[in-house]
Design a protein around this ligand. Structure first.
Ligand code: 5AD
Ligand code: SF4
Length: 419
């Protein structure tokens, strides 16, 4: 679930070891079958040693957790200094958020990235949380103007059978050690309440996992029953806080309805993941500041945002692409505005910025990743946008995922719920 940290073993008696981590000596318990000796590199979390790694792997993780240079206060403008000093003490105001999003000067940007990184470390430490996403159907009854899955778009459609979905989930959790799954689809009524209940029940019976649903709009009673069955969270973006832009993108739907749905889900006890697309036609920096405030006001546990990517076959195919720099600014500003949030590097971010973007994003305040676990034969067809990034190597799987009670305890403590 969470990124374990590298350390060098100083000594070991087979049961306990003294390790050197971030320059500090500490004692950890060893629960491994393999032998540990002085000079080995290992991963640990809390006071447990998790596994042995190579020096090269340790270096990769250190690189991942690097940081931008902290700016000298005397080099910052008084306004920026004041905002950065306030961020960990009070909610940032709209003007302040807008100010941060408007910064362009290289040294100002580095200053907000490094401050966001410091706040991340102070409020949630170095944990990087890994989510596995299973896209189980690309059928959709909606016609969102930006999306390649919109019902008017002629693409190859697929639906995964209940057993296939359950099998993919069990493999992720029981074999690889995933603890958090996102079950995502277009708005597909083929998956009735009964079918969804069956899927969740079967997954929950055979493994212990936190399940986010990302299935769009359903009646309150359906969400209520899915929650009772074992669903834990919803990933449901409001897409934009600007009602006019929202209306242009969704012909039969209004922003107020979507926000009402999110409030109902929150009341039902779901952990909320929501957010916006960045770079939508007509969207301004003021809108983006409102988006961040909206995520905060909705009590979002996991802000979910990413760049809008113009997609062939949609009415917005010829619109402009979004730059990676704006996304980094939003990550850092969101971290400053919501210090404890779990901020994922989303697939759309990696699609515009490549894998290298991930490390930049972590260093600017992000702290989680989403890995695509959709079976190969379907994945290509979940074409929300073109050239979707896919990480074949999933290097973080082996660092961040470990099995056992301890990893559940960490997750339950963070979420304050039992899984
Ligand atoms: N570019 C980026 N993100 C998109 N989404 C849909 N279409 C696009 C696109 N063209 C996002 C929406 C939706 C999520 C499932 O995918 O934010 O909520
Ligand atoms: Fe359907 Fe979601 Fe795409 Fe809209 S964004 S068309 S609801 S899959």
């Amino acid at each position: 679930m969470c990124l374990t940290l590298p350390a060098k073993v100083i000594s070991s008696d087979g049961y306990r070891a003294d390790i050197l981590a971030s320059g500090k000596k500490q004692k950890v318990k060893i629960g491994l079958s393999e032998k540990i000796q002085a000079g080995d590199w290992v991963l640990f979390t809390g006071d447990y040693l998790i596994k042995k790694i190579t020096e090269c792997e340790a270096q990769e993780i250190f690189n991942l957790l690097g940081s931008y240079k902290k700016a000298k206060p005397e080099n910052l403008s008084p306004d920026l200094r004041n905002i950065l000093e306030s961020a960990s003490q009070r909610d940032l105001k709209k003007e302040e958020i807008e100010y941060l999003l408007s910064l362009e000067n290289e040294s100002d940007l580095e200053a907000i990235y490094s401050e966001a990184n410091i706040i991340r470390k102070a409020s949630i430490k170095d944990h990087i949380c890994v989510h596995g996403i299973i896209e189980f159907s690309n059928h959709c009854r909606n016609n969102c103007a930006y999306c390649g899955l919109r019902c008017d778009n002629r693409i190859v459609r697929y639906r995964m059978a209940t057993e296939e979905i359950v099998e993919s989930a069990l493999q992720a959790v029981n074999e690889k050690g995933y603890k958090i799954l996102v079950l995502q689809s277009g708005e597909d009524e083929y998956y009735t309440e009964e079918r969804l209940i069956e899927i969740i029940k079967k997954i929950k019976e055979k493994c212990r996992a936190f399940i986010y649903l990302s299935i769009g709009e359903r009646p309150r009673s359906v969400y209520e029953n899915l929650k009772k069955t074992g669903a834990n969270g919803v990933l449901y973006r409001f897409e934009t806080s600007n009602p006019k832009i929202y209306k242009q993108l969704h012909e039969n739907d209004s922003l107020s309805d979507r926000l009402e749905n999110l409030k109902i889900m929150k009341k039902l006890g779901y952990v909320i993941s929501t957010g916006m697309m960045v770079g939508l036609p007509g969207q301004t920096v003021s809108d983006l500041a409102d988006d961040i405030i909206m995520m905060r006001e909705l009590g979002t546990f996991m802000p979910s945002f990413g760049p809008f990517i113009p997609t062939l076959g949609t009415p917005l195919a010829d619109e402009k692409n979004t730059g990676a720099e704006m996304i980094l600014k939003i990550i850092a500003t969101t971290r400053l505005a919501m210090p404890k949030a779990r901020i994922p590097v989303t697939t759309a971010m990696e699609t515009i910025g490549g894998e290298a973007f991930r490390q930049k994003a972590f260093m600017a305040g992000a702290n989680s990743v989403m890995f695509n676990l959709t079976p190969d034969k379907y994945r290509e067809n979940y074409s929300i946008y073109a050239n979707k990034f896919f990480d074949r190597e999933k290097r973080y799987e082996k660092w961040a995922l470990f099995k056992g009670e301890l990893s559940y305890q960490m997750l339950e403590n963070e979420l304050q719920i039992k899984i």
